[in-house]
Design a protein around this ligand. Sequence first.
Ligand code: 8Y4
Length: 286
Amino acid sequence: MIYEKQTINCGGQLLDLSTPIVMGILNLTPDSFFDGGKYADLDKALLQVDKMLGEGAAIIDVGGMSSRPGAALISEAEELGRVLPVVDGIIRRFPGAIVSVDTFRSEVARLTVTAGASIVNDIYAGRFDEKMFEAVAKLDVPYIMMHMQGSPDTMQVAPAYGNVVQEVLYFFIEKIGQLRSLGVKDILLDPGFGFGKTVSHNYELLNHLHVFRMTDLPILAGISRKSMICKVLGVKPGNAINGTTALHMVALQQGARLLRVHDVKEAVEVIKLWKELEAVKQTSAT
Ligand code: 8Y4
């Protein structure tokens, strides 16, 4: 059995990943295609956080910038204006909550971590802001490093790989070296479903998620209601919960330790069922 790091340090709170956990999405962008605009004001956002925590989310992922294909960039000031009051509000109302900030800007990471966020979730893996890696090292918080080919404005135009699993793995290995040399302690890997990938690239990654376990780092899967489900089933994101559940079980069986989701209750149920399957592995050799 290979060694796998089981805990990450979130601002002094140890988060145990020996059992998979759920990260609930709090999207503050007014233009998101599924839940956009619903949490525009703080009270609504806190209500949704309360619901997700009550359903068993271990982390709340707060994002203020749309990363959907073709989305335009907003200014740093605008992003901060959306994200900072909500991170601050969550920490005041739910002092023990673990908040991750979905940003690719080091200054947004710095200010939100100062306000109480304790994980940085970077869809660019440091490729947008060259100061991001050193900022995360200095802030001393776990870093979710997501793979994306290109940038949101063009990433879905013509995604191309020789071998998608190998290319994503090599990307991670290079970046892990850079992060380690700067002193970043807790790194989480995320193949970035839907970010510069065709439907078949996404399924190939999902089916080979176990490959990334060779790094001994925890793997996060962000599958919830994405087009890899909607395109195959011919449904809108609002009707993709059944497909999401099915693929979450696959991700867990492939070694994912965090699920980034819109629907916390359903994802927690999948983890419960997965645990039952794991438990009998110990007793039945065949
Ligand atoms: C409905 C609504 C369907 C939104 C899909 C979406 C990831 C991520 C996003 C991910 C990590 C999204 C910020 C795309 N996806 N961060 N962020 N991993 N680490 N689309 O897969 O959820 S935004």
